[in-house]
Ligand binder design. Structure first.
Ligand SMILES: Cc1cc2nc3c(=O)[nH]c(=O)nc-3n(C[C@H](O)[C@H](O)[C@H](O)COP(=O)(O)OP(=O)(O)OC[C@H]3O[C@@H](n4cnc5c(N)ncnc54)[C@H](O)[C@@H]3O)c2cc1C
Length: 386
């Protein structure tokens, strides 16, 4: 057992694993029709997604296992939960209602009143989907150059611009939009927006893989924004708002995304093992080598998540583990094509889906090249030692 994995976390893992056991077939349905999640909202896995990301005081039924209660506070527990759900199906997990990344932005920037209103809404009886709108069509990785404009209008503002590749936006009831109030990286604000605001429009983008992420294109046409919708407007200096929230959210979620890629990798390796139990010689060695890589990357991810929980945020290590996990997911699906034969990618619906899904991790929460730049900075400074 990894030294950071306590009995409390083992109990969480076992609980989530059980809830994720039936997600494969449902994941294939969501892959065919990304709106199909509406038929599965009664599943325990949906409750877990909500319970592990909404503070317990807002929930009538928080996640309790034995004497312990679990919620969003721990990055390590979140990464373990998402890894197990993604072993079931990553697309299912991403299409679930709940805070996902927008909650981390609200936590990082919002004042007490904003946080309270946000979580009360999400914990309400109706399922509530949210989005985290950072990426723009013309800017992509250059998020600090984003152009969506927040222009003063009377005692409030008007929001105009476009976002792209934003998970769940076409189905969400509210989300966080990063936008520009003034030039430069420190002129960015984060705005909490209802999707029924006049001038808001979002539509699903058809994708080949990880279709459950339901990435969407958004346009804002002079959407009215009150000051109370700007996260931290009353409590934080302008330079401590906006971009700071985006960065903190991405740092906090990269080990969680690595958990997604690791869960998928394990699903692929177990699938190879169950389809070819008699693998021998070099083929068996290659499978075992991939399992070793999985164990090493997972141990590294737990250490990174544990360090975040302890307040030690190391950008190079966070970037390094996200990149390794994304690369491993791709490697495992290519290994499956080698060991089961390339025709399996067409004949085997699960493998076909896992192969397509694995390609998304390279781009999510910062592309591989952007992560490698962060690792390189650590190497230059002598801090990236593993
Ligand atoms: C499944 C999925 C879900 C997503 N969910 C969200 C979401 O919820 N919210 C959201 O805001 N975004 C989301 N994204 C967007 C994701 O974060 C972007 O894909 C990412 O920011 C990259 O932008 P881009 O695709 O425009 O690529 P670009 O930035 O145009 O990059 C294209 C290529 O150039 C490389 N490149 C770019 N800049 C540099 C540089 N400075 N140095 C070296 N190489 C560079 C990149 O690595 C990449 O290979 C999602 C994407 C996917 C695939």
């Amino acid at each position: 057992m990894d030294e950071v994995i306590t009995p409390r976390i083992e109990a969480l893992r076992a609980h989530v694993r059980e809830a994720a056991a039936d997600l494969r077939a449902i994941g294939l349905e969501i892959d065919r029709d990304p709106t199909a999640i509406d038929r599965w909202l009664h599943l325990p896995a949906v409750d877990i997604m909500r319970a592990c990301t909404v503070p317990e005081q807002y929930l009538t039924n928080p996640l309790r296992i034995g004497r312990d209660t679990y919620d969003i506070r721990s990055c390590l527990e979140h990464a373990v939960t998402i890894e197990e759900l993604s072993y079931g199906d990553a697309g299912f997990m991403l299409s679930c209602p709940g805070p996902l990344m927008s909650g981390a932005a609200v936590d990082a920037l919002g004042d007490e009143k904003q946080r309270d209103a946000y979580y009360r809404r999400i914990a309400g009886p109706e399922p509530t989907w949210t989005f985290f709108g950072l990426t723009e069509p013309a800017k992509g990785s250059a998020a600090t150059e984003l152009e969506t404009a927040l222009v003063p209008d009377g005692d409030g503002f008007r929001l105009t611009g476009r976002k792209r590749y934003v998970g769940n936006a076409a189905f969400a009831q509210l989300g966080v939009v990063f936008c520009r109030r003034a030039p430069g990286p420190l002129g960015i604000e984060a705005v909490l927006l209802d999707t029924d605001s006049p001038g808001f429009h979002a539509e699903l983008i058809e994708t080949v893989g990880l279709r459950g992420a339901r990435i969407s294109a958004i346009s804002f046409e002079e959407v009215r924004v009150e000051r109370s919708q700007i996260l931290g407007y009353e409590t934080l200096k302008p330079t401590r708002r906006g971009l700071v929230g985006a960065i903190r959210t991405l740092q906090r979620f990269r080990p969680v995304l690595a958990g997604t890629a690791l869960g998928l990798s394990r699903a692929v390796l177990d699938h190879i093992g169950s389809r070819r139990p008699g693998l021998a010689g070099t083929a068996r060695l290659r499978l075992e080598e991939a399992r070793d890589r999985l164990a090493a990357t997972r141990a590294r991810n737990y250490r990174v998540a544990e360090a975040i929980d302890a307040g030690q945020v190391r950008l190079d290590r966070i970037a390094g583990v996200k990149t390794r996990a994304a690369e491993l997911a791709e490697h495992c699906t290519l290994l499956a094509a080698d060991l089961l034969g390339p025709a399996a990618l067409l004949d085997d619906p699960l493998l076909n889906k896992l192969y397509r899904d694995a390609r998304a991790f390279e781009f999510m929460e910062g592309t591989g090249h952007i992560q490698r730049l962060a690792v390189f900075q650590g190497v230059l400074k002598g801090t990236f030692l593993d």
